[in-house]
Design a binder for this molecule. Structure first.
Ligand code: ATP
Length: 369
């Protein structure tokens, strides 16, 4: 069993910084869990507490069924991969991978078996006699992973392991680590500040901000049902568009008003808002770039939610085009079909897919719907 349980965990540094606040999480055996959030949100501190490299100020940490708060790092049955691979430059790849096992005085043939097996999994068998300086960045990262794999740990901890690689290699290694997770069938806890990395690799994602968990969910749920404006804005690129709007009830209908614009909410959404405190109030409306359309077909079918926009910049990305728009003095991004005819300076009509509109409380920034 390689489950990991964090119960009411706090980390207080001397000097009054509480880096992690009341962190609660049950990580299941074989899960690939990602801790993600902006710089300083406490993700590395959390990982280091799991590793035993940082003392836990309050709370309980279990690996499997065992309370490990006071267990030394080397006895926790975990292996950590860091962002700077920290390979020994004077040793060969083989010796770098074997080093920890030699320290633990494993028999020579056992060490050889484990190193060769890990090298095979990582496809670096042909590099075993090389020194780190004769390796590419991606190959070094594989060796660093290999050094963790040979320990056959119950849990892998990875702290931004891809951040020193160039963009192309990062994408490639992302897939490789996902494949590795499938092959090894172990628990991985992975820290990154990159939401794309989080979304593509994790079975579940923990979004953190200022030392607090904001939401724990599958990538799809985070994307479709964010708990608050922070998660809604952090997950997805380009980020969700936000605009202040007033909720107005007209008979059975509910409209969102901003500037000169008027968007009628679909019946289902209107029903949910009816009778709530938000009628007549200002809320924050959120809509993702892919739910803002400029094609004639959408302008026809989504005629209740059309706004006028000025095109500022057109960014062609091949499979899609991003339109940077201004709607009533608010910047907006639309992700549209690359065949769009919109040009900078044009005034165009765009349609919001009102079924995909999110609403947030202006004060608490929590999701209303
Ligand atoms: P990054 O992505 O920049 O590494 P992070 O989310 O991993 O950020 P942490 O490194 O966990 O964030 O830091 C969380 C908070 O704790 C920050 O405010 C940081 O300044 C503070 N902190 C980290 N280490 C210490 C320390 N040894 N002493 C005091 N404060 C610290």
């Amino acid at each position: 069993m390689a489950s990991v349980k964090l119960k009411n965990i706090y980390k207080r540094y001397p000097g009054g910084v509480t880096a992690v606040n009341d962190f609660n999480l049950d990580i299941e055996d074989k899960e690939f869990i990602i801790l993600v959030g902006p710089s300083g949100c406490g993700k590395t501190t959390t990982l280091r507490m799991i590793a035993g490299l940082e003392e836990i100020s309050e709370g309980e940490l279990y690996i499997g069924d065992k309370l490990v708060n006071d267990v030394a790092p080397k006895d926790r049955d975990i292996a950590m991969v860091f962002q700077n691979y920290a390979l020994y430059p004077h040793m060969t790849v083989f010796d770098n991978m074997a080093f920890g096992l030699k320290l633990r005085k494993l028999p020579k043939d056992e060490i050889k078996r484990r190193v060769l097996e890990a090298a095979k999994i990582l496809d670096i068998e042909h590099l075993l006699e090389r020194k780190p300086k004769a390796l590419s960045g991606g190959q070094r990262q594989r060796v660093a992973l290999g050094r963790a794999i040979v320990r056959e740990p119950k849990v892998f901890l990875m702290d931004e392991p891809l951040s020193n690689l160039d963009a192309k290699l990062r994408v490639q290694m992302r897939t490789e680590i996902s494949k590795l997770h499938q092959k090894l069938q172990t628990t991985i806890i992975y820290v990154t500040h990159d939401q794309t990395e989080a979304m593509t690799m994790g079975t579940r994602i923990v979004v953190m901000k200022d030392g607090y968990i904001q939401q724990v969910d599958t990538p799809q749920s985070l994307y479709e049902r964010p708990n608050n404006m922070f998660v809604a804005g952090f997950i997805g690129s380009p980020q969700m568009n936000f605009i202040n709007a007033k909720v107005e009830k007209r008979g059975e209908e509910i409209h969102l008003l901003f500037g000169k614009e008027d968007i009628k909410l679909p019946e289902g959404k209107a029903k949910k808002l009816e009778g709530t405190e938000y009628i007549g109030k200002e809320v924050v409306m959120g809509i993702r770039p892919e739910n803002v359309h400029d094609e004639a077909m959408y302008l026809e079918t989504l005629s209740d939610s059309i706004v006028e926009a000025e095109v500022e910049v057109v960014e062609m990305l091949g499979s899609e085009t991003l339109l940077y728009l201004v709607v009533d003095e608010v910047d907006f991004v639309a992700r549209v079909n690359p065949r769009t005819k919109a040009k900078p300076g044009d005034r165009i009509k765009v349609a919001f897919d009102a079924n995909k509109i999110h609403l947030f409380d202006k004060e608490t920034e929590k999701t209303i719907m």
